[in-house]
Unconditional design. Structure first.
Length: 312
């Protein structure tokens, strides 16, 4: 999720969410690309200093959290690309329509299949923070399509910039295959030169026929997009801190049996108020049943006998 911000392609410990683009003598301070660059600097600073992003850059990312982040991206890009397709012929957005080069939904489906299996749709759900983001994208696409530029800009340009650093961090930290399963989201097979493509994209943005007020509203919406992303980061960070290091792969994380289960954001989100109880407590309760204790005792006796036979 951190790739939501456009930034440089510098080192992993650097400020990957900041701009470090080649100067273009043809760019005017009143061009939309420059207004967005200058108008979102503060949001860049705040986003790159969220705990989730800082931990991610240091390779401190749990696989379960990365999977949840991938699911959040799926819901976000499904909404974004639905609205982009809706407005592909609208002059306020049409010049920025690059489905072959940019669209991420199908790549995210591949990643989700890798992490969750063929029944991935049944195993993911849209979190509260992600739903707020999704709702805003749909509102913009249906009622203020000129502001869709802001959401496309913050997502795609970031994926082509700092997102490429995060790809390497995730692959190494999570020990993902060198064949790039699980990180297809970051792979832009139809963009041969990311820097040149970003320059083309900015040129198209600057050529949009927008008045000054509309350009200012787009900058404001871009800052809103940053805030929505940061809310997702904070949500993921809270979930990450609620998990033990031995989180189950592909299912609910292991609960250590301590504290109030209802205060764990992951379980609350997954199970809801009427959902099943904590696996730890459920197992302990089951173990206290007389019949279960009898069966366990019998199993231990059989195992002990087998071990003695093997030693002899």
């Amino acid at each position: 999720m951190p790739s939501a911000m456009e930034g440089s392609e510098g080192g992993e410990e650097g400020e990957i969410l900041h701009y470090e683009e080649t100067e273009d003598d043809n760019v005017s301070p009143t061009d939309l690309s420059e207004l967005l660059k200058e108008g979102t600097k503060e949001s860049h600073d705040r986003a790159e200093n969220t705990q989730f992003v800082k931990d991610f850059l240091k390779g401190r990312i749990k696989k379960e959290v990365f999977k949840l982040a991938t699911a959040a991206l799926y819901f976000t890009y499904s909404a974004l690309e639905e609205e982009i397709d809706r407005n592909k012929d609208n002059p306020v957005f049409a010049p920025l329509y690059f489905p072959l080069e940019l669209h991420r939904r199908e790549a995210l489906v591949k990643d989700l299949k890798y992490f969750y299996g063929e029944d991935w749709k049944e195993k993911i759900q849209c979190s509260e923070a992600t739903q707020h983001y999704v709702d805003r994208i749909h509102h913009v696409g249906q009622h203020e399509p000129e502001l869709l530029v802001a959401h496309a800009y913050t997502r795609y340009m970031g994926d082509l910039s700092g997102g490429q650093v995060l790809k390497k961090v995730a692959q190494r930290a999570l020990k993902l295959p060198s064949t790039e399963e699980g990180i297809q989201f970051y792979m832009f097979d139809n963009v041969s030169n990311a820097q040149q493509f970003k320059q083309l994209y900015r040129a198209r943005m600057n050529a949009l026929d927008l008045d000054r007020n509309t350009r200012e509203r787009i900058v404001e919406e871009a800052n809103r997009a940053f805030r929505l992303n940061m809310q997702v980061f904070d949500e993921l960070d809270k979930i990450g801190r609620s998990l033990t290091e031995a989180a189950q792969d592909g299912g609910l994380p292991v609960h250590d049996g301590k504290g109030d289960l209802r205060k764990c954001p992951y379980y609350t989100d997954k199970l809801g108020k009427a959902g099943p109880s904590c696996p730890y407590h459920a197992a302990m309760a089951l173990a206290k049943q007389p019949l279960v204790q009898l069966i366990l005792a019998a199993c231990v006796a059989v195992a002990a006998g087998a071990a003695a036979w093997y030693i002899m």
